[in-house]
Design a protein around this ligand. Sequence first.
Ligand SMILES: [Zn+2]
Length: 384
Amino acid sequence: MNHLPNFTDSLKQLIATPSISSTQPSWDQGNHDVIQLLAAWFEQLGFEITIQAVPETRNKFNLLAKLGSGEGGLLLAGHSDTVPFDEHSWQSDPHKVVEKADKFYGLGTCDMKGFFAFILQACKNLEVHQLKKPLYVLATADEETTMAGARFFAQQQLVKPDVAIIGEPTSLVPVVMHKGHMSHRIKVQGQSGHSSKPSLGVNAIEIIYQVIGELIVLKEKLALNFVNQSFDVTSPTLNLGAIQGGDNANRICGQCQLDIDMRSLPGMTDSELIHLLADALKPLAEKYPNRISFDELHPSSPSFEQKQQGSHLVSLAEEISGHSCCAVNYATEAPYIQQLGCQTIVLGPGSINQAHQPNEFLAHSEISKTDTILMKMIQRYCLS
Ligand SMILES: [Zn+2]
């Protein structure tokens, strides 16, 4: 296997192969080249490779690599895309790994192409005949925008590992919980007219004022009725984010819209939250028939919880990382991966504080700890 790159070279090649995903078409790039790079490496190691086009994306792909056969096993998962970058804030070329002060700088070093470089090294010494259970590597598309890759992968149910580890940058602390996220646009359709004749129109701003009142009541109810002490912000949140409506002081406002964001706690489903929203707006919807509607702005991402009690994965992750598991505020692909029916945690090198930031880096100090965690996980779930 001498022709496979070492850790630093594989990291350099991954970072030098841009795969930005963005809802803005001018930024959005394909991930085909990164997927091909990973496919070539893992194929050399004896993995069986499946590459699938992900529906509803701009020509993006998921990669699944499998070593060994049989039931169960371990899935190591990550996303192949990165966020866009702010060129003027970077001190080096984001697509070129620069080593400085015991750190690797580059876009995707910690979030999270670097994780694949670690997996590659961990697999170098594995012989397929040693494996009692399969080892899977999954690289998804468009995590940073729609999570279309993970959603598609979960729908297909191609594999059923015993456990899954998603290598997002958690500073090697096992993450077992995060909130869900959804955003909606509430539209009010009024009737415009001359401001001197209020009775001839329906003022959308006056209706949205009442909508806001109901939403603030809902926000308070959420805070009162749902609490999870594992989070710094212990309740679901509801944020009034943007408002737009009307055009002129002397016209009755004919249309107004309000964008809101809600973050659910684990255990609450998206439909439960949507139901609460619909309930809150119901009296106004009855008072103003066919004038109030709401729609999702983006696909929502569900909340995530891996039950800690009785989970051998959580116990082992705590033991080998030396950290107790925790809850975080950012969303990941974990709720989708969990739909495969496996115990799932998020655990990876690098800090979320560096993710999505200029001068993103991965510290050298994470290398040997990550190697150890991967080795021990492979040992536990595939070799014994
Ligand atoms: Zn990430």
